[in-house]
Write a protein of this length. Structure first.
Length: 312
């Protein structure tokens, strides 16, 4: 299908000026190829198929990517129940690749098959920068933390401690590695393998102790108890509990991968939650996706809300 390789070539060309180590190269509907995504992680690129129709066209996709993208190319095809098939389609793809984002070093695992991801999400780049710039002087709480990218960014920004919370055990070791890559002594930080909803309920009761919080639940997931969490049903509660746990002058990134939830809905959840817990919001803004994300439509160019509390 010559048309497909041209579409992919066009997608690569329109991003020629974007130089981030972790960046999106092909963005599904944003490049008129729904269900086809390509991300670059430093020295490798990863093709993700969320639609079986692309399976027969891998050669065209690779042709379209051409020599301008890293030689190491891995293909991941999503299956049911969060698993995926992974194949190397070109060059050498190591199990681990260290990338750098504004000086923060992060371990990416491009061959990781589970749905939670390769370790760093390009669409949360702005959120990491926001938290890093505000993390100095207090602890950082990273909920649904995955590989701990936001915790590492907060540590580089001067967070005194990172509390990493993810129910997946493998994420604890991964996050410790990411902190160590940035000069931290992992034992000075906390790696909590538990239900983030439970941990946050306790944090709300304890009151304001965190300088920064990153709260980024998946669209839906089974909790350790076996109950299903649907993010859109809990975002307001999460906003309230996070605000209760934030210090005056603290900052939070509240996001969700459910694209049917736009930034305005999340910002409204923050406004009403702030009223409930008596917190004064100084600034509230959408968490924007970078120029590498080209999809259009209601929630397409935003991913969440960035909150800065007033100092009182
Ligand atoms: C999409 S990732 C979040 C990305 C991450 N916030 C980042 O900045 O890179 C979702 C993560 O949430 C975790 N997770 C899902 N449900 C959870 C729960 N109830 N408690 C704790 N972790 C959970 C998964 O294990 C997974 O690592």
């Amino acid at each position: 299908m010559a048309g497909l390789s041209q579409q992919v070539r066009r997608a690569v060309k329109r991003r020629a000026g974007i130089v981030h180590d972790v960046r999106r190269l092909v963005d599904g509907t944003g490049d008129d190829v729904p269900g086809l995504f390509v991300d670059v992680y430093g020295e490798v690129a990863r093709i993700e198929l969320h639609d079986v129709r692309w399976r027969a066209s891998i050669r065209d996709i690779v042709t379209g990517l051409g020599p301008a993208v890293p030689e190491g190319l891995v293909l991941l095809e999503r299956k049911k129940r969060g698993q995926a098939d992974v194949d190397i389609v070109r060059g050498h793809v190591p199990r681990g690749v260290v990338v750098t984002e504004s000086g923060v070093r992060l371990l990416v695992r491009p061959r990781e098959a589970d749905a939670a991801g390769a370790g760093v999400f390009a669409d949360l780049r702005e959120g990491r920068a926001f938290l890093r710039a505000r993390a100095r002087g207090g602890p950082h709480l990273n909920l649904f933390a995955h590989a701990g990218a936001s915790g590492a960014a907060a540590f580089v920004g001067g967070a005194t401690r990172v509390d990493h919370v993810d129910m997946s055990k493998k994420c604890a070791g991964w996050a410790a590695t990411n902190l160590a890559l940035n000069g931290a002594f992992p034992r000075a930080h906390r790696f909590i393998v538990d239900d983030a909803l439970k941990v946050l309920r306790r944090a709300e009761k304890r009151g304001p102790v965190y300088q920064t919080i990153c709260c980024d639940p998946p669209t839906t997931a089974l909790r350790p108890s076996g109950q299903r969490m649907v993010a859109r049903d809990v975002m307001h509660t999460l906003a309230r509990q996070c605000l209760a746990a934030l210090l005056p002058g603290g900052a939070m990134s509240l996001s969700c991968n459910d694209r049917s939830l736009d930034a305005e809905t999340l910002m409204e959840a923050v406004r009403s939650a702030a009223d409930e817990v008596g917190r004064a919001v100084k600034t509230l803004a959408p968490l924007r996706l970078g120029p590498d994300f080209t999809a259009t439509g209601a929630a397409a160019n935003t991913r969440g809300a960035l909150v800065q509390l007033a100092r009182r």
